[in-house]
Design a protein around this ligand. Sequence first.
Ligand SMILES: Nc1ncnc2c1ncn2[C@@H]1O[C@H](COP(=O)(O)OP(=O)(O)O)[C@@H](O)[C@H]1O
Ligand SMILES: [Mg+2]
Length: 262
Amino acid sequence: MAEPPQERTALRMVNIEKYFGSVCALKDINFEVGHNEIVGLIGDNGAGKSTLVKILTGVFAPTSGDLYIADRKVETNSYTVKKAHALGIETVYQDKSLGEKQVMWRNFFIGREMTYPFGFLKVRQEKAIASEIMVNTIGFRGKGIGVESKANKLSGGERQGVAIGRAMHFEAELIILDEPTVALSLKEVRKVLNFVHKIKDAGKACIYISHNISDVYEIADRFIVIDRGEIVASITKAKISLKELDEFLLEYSHGLKDKVQP
Ligand SMILES: Nc1ncnc2c1ncn2[C@@H]1O[C@H](COP(=O)(O)OP(=O)(O)O)[C@@H](O)[C@H]1O
Ligand SMILES: [Mg+2]
């Protein structure tokens, strides 16, 4: 029988370490994200989640270790946020993803404006694309929000939706959401979770970081638990119920970790 085709990965980290001076923020980080996998990254404050994300997105270089994106090795010393974009990695932050006073159509193209050879902005094209994303990808319909609205007119959940819609439009292969629902109402959180379902349906990958375990449970295919800079568990959703995951994390934070790591 023929070998099954090799699973492609969106991302792979091999023995990644990150020191800030003498402080070790990440140690022996080994994991991968499949090309259409949603991974929930779980850990206490200071565990190293954001540092891990910043290495992936070209903000920080790791102290050592290897990084592969879409199965290709990245030269980490010269890796930048711009290169990460070019490789299809987009990050959606809590609330700083949009320029507050900018109109929507401009917000979609920040850092990647469409211009004519002499530098003039392709305003008409940008507006048409922004409108297409707002209606079709994000589903803004007849709510008084259009391409000419300013970002500060949008609710928190809508902002997250715009940032995710933008990432999807630019065909990000891996979208990272680092605590996207902090300070959102329940209704808004629902919107963000629905956007993450759309990322899955669109065949893309996602790393979702949140303190809310039931949110993470709903959208993720697999959970990675990180504690004090080390990955301590990787559990697929099929193998654990929400209650069991909750119990595991509770037990873990109440001493199991000290038994595991003397
Ligand atoms: N730029 C930095 N300089 C020095 N230390 C940092 C920096 N960024 C993060 N750290 C440290 O690295 C550790 C992990 O932080 P972080 O990745 O932000 O955790 P998390 O996102 O899981 O809350 C913390 O001890 C934090 O103080
Ligand atoms: Mg963080």
